[in-house]
Ligand binder design. Structure first.
Ligand SMILES: C[S@@+](CC[C@H](N)C(=O)[O-])C[C@H]1O[C@@H](n2cnc3c(N)ncnc32)[C@H](O)[C@@H]1O
Length: 332
């Protein structure tokens, strides 16, 4: 029998975000769907399907533009379960809605920012009573947990919402894991290496001399370092996540690391969208200087990112990155 949402549950509440036009950054982000390194989702899809029962609701927490949900629906090829995409970005969620508004298996909830309390809503503040009473059996979070600054509160809320014996499936490429192969990258850490390579190139090669002066301005460079860390957050070790899960009441079932190959050109195409975060000091990031860089400067910035990538990846077409997968249980 096809899946039915609980009576009284609205698949998509009538909120402003659902009425806005599609936004460019979300559309650009969504192109990662075609990238080889996005095979990082396959293991999570397999695990979710292995544990799936008729009538289950899976929460795709930080589901973004719905890439994981789409793969899950395609691979599972069954209509007896529901997916609730929950995300803090109205723009990403708007694109997910565009993809699935006619698919009765998928519903949507925005995590709102509570201005007075200076925090995001927690999962049990986002969900309505019908859903919590129905029961949630699985929560997954892909390529996102490294972004949570209220990690303990987020996991404790997941624990409150899950049914006994419920499962969580987490993965991220931005977790330091001692089991990862020595020759594999933490994907976001490539950015720091690109930045260092770019500084050398600017000093070595006369064609980049216009940007060399900036390197001598300590304050200017420092503020761009801070900006880079906002785009690409400092990596936390796996124990941070395992400890937070345990102290939130979860039992760790398994954790593992996988090596995912990434094509340099595809990773460049992703990074070039965030050029200001990667090499903002080339021409000055608007968020720091208050001045928009010209199109020509932005092109040069992107060119330098690409050249620096050739250098750090020794002119190879691809590199290996490591992804960490964690499964945990809410024991009865
Ligand atoms: C890199 S995207 C991953 C999207 C999707 N899960 C995937 O694998 O393609 C990260 C997502 O996490 C969301 N996000 C960022 N910070 C968050 C937070 N503190 N709580 C919940 N979601 C967050 C973003 O809006 C974005 O959709």
């Amino acid at each position: 029998m096809s899946f039915q949402w609980p009576i009284g549950f609205e698949r998509c509440p009538k909120e402003d975000w659902a009425e806005t036009p599609l936004e460019e950054l979300a559309l650009k982000y969504d192109t990662v769907e075609e990238h080889g390194w996005y095979d990082n989702l396959d293991t999570t899809v397999e695990l979710l399907i292995k544990n799936l029962n008729t009538g289950d609701i899976i929460i795709d927490y930080s589901g973004g533009t719905g890439i994981l949900s789409q793969r899950l629906l395609n691979t599972a090829n069954r209509d007896d379960f529901g997916i609730l995409i929950v995300d803090s970005s109205p723009k990403f969620l708007r694109l997910a809605l565009e993809k699935f508004h006619d698919n009765e298996q998928v519903s949507f909830r925005l995590i709102k920012y509570l201005r007075d309390e200076k925090r995001l809503q927690l999962l049990d503040e986002v969900l309505t009573k019908e859903i919590i009473d129905y029961g949630i059996y699985m929560i997954c979070s892909t390529n996102a947990i490294h972004l949570y600054n209220q990690l303990d509160e987020t996991l404790t809320a997941w624990h409150r919402v899950l049914r006994p014996n419920g499962r969580i499936h987490i993965q991220s490429g931005n977790i330091r894991n001692p089991s990862a192969g020595e020759d594999t990258w933490i994907i976001d850490e490539t950015v720091e290496h690109i930045h260092r390579a770019a500084m050398k190139i600017v000093l070595e090669q006369p064609e980049w001399a216009d940007y060399a002066m900036a390197l001598e301005d300590e304050e200017y460079m420092k503020s761009h370092d801070v900006l880079r860390d906002k785009y690409f957050l400092p990596v936390r070790p796996i124990d941070t996540y395992l400890d937070a899960l345990t102290s939130s009441g979860f039992q760790i079932d398994k954790h593992m690391v996988k090596t995912i190959p990434a094509i340099v050109e595809e990773w460049y195409s992703f990074l070039s969208v965030y050029h200001e975060g990667v090499l903002g000091w080339v021409g000055g990031a608007e968020r720091i200087t208050g001045k928009k860089a010209s199109e020509d400067v932005i092109e040069e910035r992107k060119k330098l990112i690409r050249i620096s990538m050739n250098r750090i990846f020794s002119e190879e077409d691809s590199f290996q990155a490591s992804w960490t997968y964690i499964e945990a249980l809410k024991s009865v």
